[in-house]
Design a protein around this ligand. Structure first.
Ligand code: ADP
Ligand code: MG
Length: 256
């Protein structure tokens, strides 16, 4: 049965999508069966996995509204090496439509359960908000991976997310826990980043992943080729860091 993780942080531009697609590609590379679910109407994880968001016949929107199953909506990305349930702007409407419906926060969970035997890992790329979409992600998952930049306000922003995760854990999903904090876009030459990194380790201990993702231009270039950086330039420092992170995830939570 698949282990299911949300990649979440309510801030935008912190590296959620980059983490989702590169962790997925890294896991695929080490032999894991992976499904990526794009829960952001921007559809960046979809495009960054080589699937055209403008050409989706079925998307995560249809899954949330129970018009389609994941088995119907998923596509395999040959280039990236994993399956994708894509998203596009249509998903922005789901937020409003879901409010009217029963089990509105549990829709994704039910859909994933039906395909959980097909995968070792399901990774859910969350939007930059603590919305009904993110809530569907958190209600479906065993854990949350939080990518963060080691900057001045990083810890402050984290407390809202940690509180939300605690509430979901207490009220909606007793399985949910923070799997770990991933330091991304890290530049060791910047003293402040080193200091924040140390602070993170003293606050959160071994919840901070050992792997660190460096700032690396190849990771930023890869999406414009419709590829995760791990596939686009496997020799780059960024790609290697994500493959190391994938191995760390397998050790931390996997079965093999
Ligand atoms: P989010 O999904 O949280 O909004 P993204 O993953 O889209 O964040 O990242 C925001 C921007 O930063 C993107 O342009 C992405 O290419 C770039 N980026 C992310 N991680 C790195 C990295 N390690 N090195 C360089 N650029 C990065
Ligand atoms: Mg994103």
């Amino acid at each position: 049965m698949a282990k299911i993780f949300c990649i979440a942080n309510q801030k935008g531009g912190v590296g959620k999508t980059t983490t989702t697609v590169n962790l997925a590609a890294g896991l695929a590379k080490v032999g894991q069966r992976v499904l990526v679910i794009d829960l952001d109407p921007q559809g960046n994880a979809t495009m960054g996995s080589g699937i055209d968001k403008r050409q989706l016949e079925l998307s995560v929107y249809d899954v949330l509204l129970e018009n389609a199953s994941i088995a119907e909506a998923r596509q395999h990305s040959d280039k990236a090496g994993y399956d994708v349930v894509g998203a596009n702007r249509e998903l922005a409407g789901a937020e409003v439509e879901l409010v009217e419906l029963e089990r509105r926060d549990q829709r994704l969970k039910g859909a994933i359960t039906a395909v959980a035997a097909d995968y070792d890992f399901v990774l859910i790329d969350c939007p930059p908000s603590l919305s009904m979409l993110t809530l569907n992600g958190l209600c479906s998952a065993h854990g949350v991976v939080v990518p963060m930049q080691c900057e001045y306000f990083a810890l402050e922003g984290l407390s809202d997310l940690v509180n939300t995760i605690k509430q979901v854990h207490a009220n909606l999903n007793p399985d949910l826990q923070i799997i770990g904090l991933l330091r991304v876009m890290f530049d060791p030459r910047i003293t402040l980043q080193q200091q924040v990194s140390e602070q993170l380790k003293s606050h959160f201990g071994d919840k901070v992943f050992d792997s660190v993702i460096p700032r690396n231009v190849r990771l930023a270039e890869a999406p414009s080729y419709g590829l995760p950086g791990v596939v686009f330039d496997p020799a780059s420092k960024g790609a290697q860091a994500f493959v190391d992170f994938a191995k760390e995830m397998v050790l931390r939570v996997g079965k093999k």
